[in-house]
Write a protein that binds this ligand. Sequence first.
Ligand SMILES: Cc1cc2nc3c(=O)[nH]c(=O)nc-3n(C[C@H](O)[C@H](O)[C@H](O)COP(=O)(O)OP(=O)(O)OC[C@H]3O[C@@H](n4cnc5c(N)ncnc54)[C@H](O)[C@@H]3O)c2cc1C
Length: 309
Amino acid sequence: MTDILDLFPQYTEELKLLRKTTREFAQRNFSPELAREYEKKEEFPWDLYKKAGELGLLAPSIPTDYGGGGFSTYLADIVVTEELVRAEPTLGLAIMAGPFTSHMLYFFGTEEQRKKYLPPIYKGENTFFGAYTEPEHGTDITQLNTVAEKKGDKYIIKGMKTFITNAPTAKYGLLLAQTEPEKRHRGQTLFIIHTDWPGVTIRRLTGKMGQRTIPVGEIYLDNVEVPAENVLGGGEDKGRNQGFYWTLAYFNVSRIGVATLGLGIALAAFDKALEYSQKRTQFGQQLVNFEIIQEKLAGWLCTLRPLGH
Ligand SMILES: Cc1cc2nc3c(=O)[nH]c(=O)nc-3n(C[C@H](O)[C@H](O)[C@H](O)COP(=O)(O)OP(=O)(O)OC[C@H]3O[C@@H](n4cnc5c(N)ncnc54)[C@H](O)[C@@H]3O)c2cc1C
């Protein structure tokens, strides 16, 4: 397999070793047949997720105190994502999507919230969700219909979220709601919500065009009582009305992860093309010996150069 990425100076020896470990894990455990099986059943690959958790692959850049891998750079997450998706996109993506948005809890949660909620996710025991989208609010989340009203030391949440990754499998996750609807995006707060609380109903959505190993669902909230301590960041003055800003800050980081998925898939396509060009013979020669094929393969590798090499 081509290790062009290791040519970038940002990849230290430590990160190269992480890449090697991840690649070996994927080669041992992934196969196209297994991916098709999970995809057909529309099932999340819990066994592989757990194994990835045991190896510390679910959150390499999160400190070990919270169950992460302890690398000091987000590049570690990028390396793992690249390798898992490159080995097998369906299974790789499902595994990387398991802890989806939990970095947000790490960035903005209190110490207590981090210690309570993060380790089970990174051990591969739980998945996590981030619920922002509603039927009427997708790209534009500046005014939500889901409302959280403060009553004593609790919030009462009413509303509905749709297209939420991991909602059918996760025991808890983050949910964005209006705490002061008249303030629009300035009046939104993030809450840690448990899916087994009274008033919470999850409805699984099935039949996606692809990536069916990643569960997606709707969350209905019918006067759900949420303790004020479950405001992300803690209590009144810290987390209240910070939700929109924290969500956008997190989206900026997660977009790097989304770009990495594309890179992982592109690398997989390159690996397959190179392999085939070496195996296939025409006019008495391997395809890779033809100049036009070499030009195509080399041209693709050159597209990585603007990235810094
Ligand atoms: C598989 C899957 C998983 C998802 N997981 C989650 C999740 O975990 N959590 C969550 O909260 N949401 C999730 N979503 C929802 C996703 O975030 C929304 O689909 C997305 O925000 C777009 O919203 P929308 O579908 O309502 O499209 P719309 O906002 O209605 O947009 C429709 C089209 O118009 C374009 N458009 C909108 N505004 C503009 C503009 N100003 N200028 C130019 N073009 C514009 C959009 O780009 C899009 O092409 C998921 C969606 C899918 C399909």
